[in-house]
Design a protein. Structure first.
Length: 706
């Protein structure tokens, strides 16, 4: 028996040694193959103009280089490096990087200097340059010459690891296979025989291009491609208002769509064309023109600025990346078995990745074209993103047409990189003017306001109602109004840093803490508070909101503050926090309302005067007296009934005709001018009756604060 066991043990040992040897050989082969395989890693894709296509782990949109491992085993890149210089190949070391079999690794070319794995200390020129991949021996094993790229476009191998390179949509970290090629934009644009404008009679439009080029065009706002209509001869341009509704007939523009017009809305003809060079396989830039025919008979447009906003319909309504329709956001909620809320829409997405390219054309009040510029557009606002008529933020950027400002003077002597087309805020279904009207009345107070002008918008050629063209509180606003360098501005928006990041937040937090944690009845403490805070600005902000019965404002909502980051030579470079008005649509509710005590409708048992900063400051007698006198001055001058009534008549004259037409398009077909007058009368009545109640509330507040 023992002999049998000894024989079995010997056989097991032999078998174990054989298996161990085989395993050792396999491992050695794998390691040798892996070492060899690492030399077959290639540069697979590069993006040198990443505006919003791909974010790194820190949330930044940096340029990137994608590496691909074509082997069937993982490979280590210890000793390997990337560079944009053949003479200095080790700018970006790839130690510790292991790429899985048939896998990818992204290196962000963000100019980092900390040696973080996956981040290069160089950036890639948008104009094009060469990138090198070197192995552990310093030998260049792959390189690629990157051409000039349009924004959010990658230069990539057509198939992973293959030799042919093309322009394509960004696909970092996933396969390039079966991606559609993006043709290079090159050559002269086609020439239109008639420019954008208003025309009394139909006409024939001809489009020409250089010899050998084929012209493709669209009539629905979409970007022309080689699959679009091929130009064969003159295009008849006539009154497009007789055409069927396209975008106005959609039923996915709000989570709760209650109304779609059953009449044909007014329309312009949008013609977009590009020239294709078949020999070089390139395309020209797109030309966009807008034609209004027979509008001289439509008196409701007389005297109004007209804005034509044109973008590929997919940018608005695609289920995945459309910014205007409900899209996938609502589909996902429905698929989960839940009932959609008003926020379950693509329109509630925000950030750079939800900005889309468009063409903005502006015609002045005599309907002469004054601006034609490529811009970026995003949906703007808060709850009103659920409205069928949504607001837009408009951005000028070099990536669109080499301009970083809007080439139009929206407001006298001022130039902006961004403006807003505002639908009227929460008053969009009523007067449409409460916020801009109240801000205009407050222009002489120590609070920042946003100037505005009415305009009528056509979206991809269809009537889209009346909007306010509005200033935005961006860096150029402070340069325009206060002469402060754009780099010297900190801003807090609804309790969060909007400009200046955490430096701004820390300074804001220190100011708040000082006011709350120190006795403001002590003169030295109050003097210090006055160094941190423009007290008159705070008082004006409070007194105006109290007078107009704004029930939608607090230190963490619908409030913005700004200051210079550093001391300077101008009046406002004193590092004091100042207040800014926006979103006053929640005001002018009830002239009898005691806003000094009443809670905001959304904040239970917490009125505006209960804000800790105000409760601390009003204990100081100097502040209290200044508050009292300011309130009386605002009541008797800024919002005196005679002044408000006179200005309201002017605003009604500017808005009424188009506001009614806009309501018939978006709210109900049977809305009349009398209905709109009722909205205006409500505003008028508020200011007529407000003094009867508000002075008593003021006196009660002063006694309470004693």
């Amino acid at each position: 028996m023992h002999t049998i066991f000894r024989k079995i043990n010997r056989r097991v040992k032999v078998l174990f040694l054989i298996l161990a040897g085989v395993f050792f050989c396999i491992c050695t082969a794998i390691l040798c193959y892996s070492a060899e395989a690492s030399n077959h890693v290639v540069i697979n894709e590069v993006c040198s103009n990443n505006f919003s296509a791909a974010r790194d782990e820190n949330g930044n949109y940096s340029d990137y280089i994608e590496l691909y491992n074509p082997a069937m085993v993982p490979v280590s890149l210890t000793g390997f490096s990337l560079s944009d210089s053949k003479a200095e190949t080790q700018k970006c070391l790839l130690d510790t990087v292991i790429i899985p079999a048939k896998g990818y690794f992204i290196v962000w070319a963000d100019g980092s200097s900390g040696g973080e794995v996956g981040h290069a200390e160089f950036k890639i020129s948008r104009e094009g340059e060469k990138i090198y991949l070197s192995n552990q021996k310093g030998k260049i094993i792959d390189s690629v010459e990157i051409p000039k790229l349009d924004y959010n476009t990658a230069y990539a191998r057509k198939e992973d690891g293959a030799d042919i390179w093309i322009r394509q949509a960004v696909s970092n970290g996933i396969t390039n296979n079966n991606r559609e090629e993006i043709l290079e934009v090159k050559g002269e644009k086609p020439v239109f025989s008639v420019k954008s404008g208003f025309y009394e009679e139909p006409f024939e439009l001809t489009i020409t291009a250089d010899e050998g080029q084929i012209i493709y065009y669209t009539l629905d706002g979409s970007n022309p491609t080689t699959d679009s209509l091929q130009y064969q001869g003159p295009i008849l341009i006539k009154d497009a208002s007789l055409n069927e509704n396209i975008y106005s007939a959609r039923d996915d523009l709000s989570v709760q769509m209650e109304y779609i017009p059953d009449f044909k809305v007014d329309k312009a003809t949008i013609v977009r064309a590009m020239a294709y060079n078949e020999k070089e396989n390139t395309v020209s830039d797109i030309v966009t023109e807008t034609y209004f025919v027979n509008f001289e008979k439509k008196e409701e447009y007389s005297g109004y600025v007209i804005a034509s906003l044109v973008t590929d319909p997919a940018n608005l309504f695609d289920r995945d990346f459309g910014i205007y329709g409900n899209g996938r956001a609502m589909e996902d909620v429905i698929a989960s078995g839940e009932i959609p809320s008003y926020t379950d829409s693509n329109a509630f997405n925000s950030g750079k990745e939800w900005e889309r390219e468009a063409v903005l054309q502006l015609f002045d009040d005599n309907h002469r074209i004054e601006l034609q510029q490529k811009v970026g557009i995003r949906i703007a606002g808060q709850s009103t993103r659920n409205a069928v008529q949504k607001s837009f933020n408009i951005y000028a950027r070099e990536i669109y047409d080499s301009h970083d400002v809007l080439e139009y003077e929206f407001f006298d002597g001022m130039q902006y990189s961004s403006v807003k087309l505002r639908n009227g805020g929460t008053a969009y279904a009523e007067s449409k003017i409460i916020d801009p009207f109240l801000q205009s009345l407050s222009a002489e107070r120590a609070v920042a306001i946003q100037d505005s002008n009415p305009c009528v918008v056509f979206l991809n050629g269809e009537y889209w109602g009346i909007y306010n063209i509005r200033e935005r509180y961006k860096e150029d606003y402070f340069k325009n109004h206060y002469g402060i360098s754009e780099s010297n501005v900190w801003m807090i928006d609804s309790g969060a840093p909007a400009n200046g990041s955490w430096d701004a937040w820390n300074a804001y937090d220190e100011m708040i803490k000082f006011v709350l944690e120190n006795d403001m009845t002590v003169p030295e403490n109050y003097a210090k508070a006055c160094e941190l805070l423009d007290v008159q600005s705070l008082i004006d902000f409070y007194c105006i909101n109290l007078y107009i019965d704004n029930d939608d404002v607090a230190f963490d909502k619908n409030i913005a503050m700004w200051r210079s980051a550093q001391m300077g030579e101008t009046e406002f470079e004193d590092c004091k926090w100042r207040f800014m008005f926006y979103d006053l649509d929640g005001a002018v509710n009830n002239p009898e309302s005691n806003t000094f005590e009443d809670s905001e409708w959304w904040k239970e048992d917490f009125g505006l005067m209960d804000e800790p900063v105000m409760k601390s400051l009003i204990c100081n007698e100097v502040f209290k007296q200044q508050f009292y006198e300011t309130f009386l001055d605002i009541a008797n001058t800024t919002f005196s009934y005679d002044r408000v009534h006179e200005e309201l008549v002017k605003w009604n004259d500017r808005y009424a005709v188009q506001a009614v037409k806009s309501h018939q398009r978006f709210i109900a077909e049977d809305i009349t001018s009398e209905d709109y007058e009722n909205y205006i009368d409500k505003i008028d009545d508020f200011f007529k009756r407000r003094p009867e109640y508000v002075f008593n509330y003021l006196e009660e507040q002063m006694e309470k604060s004693s």
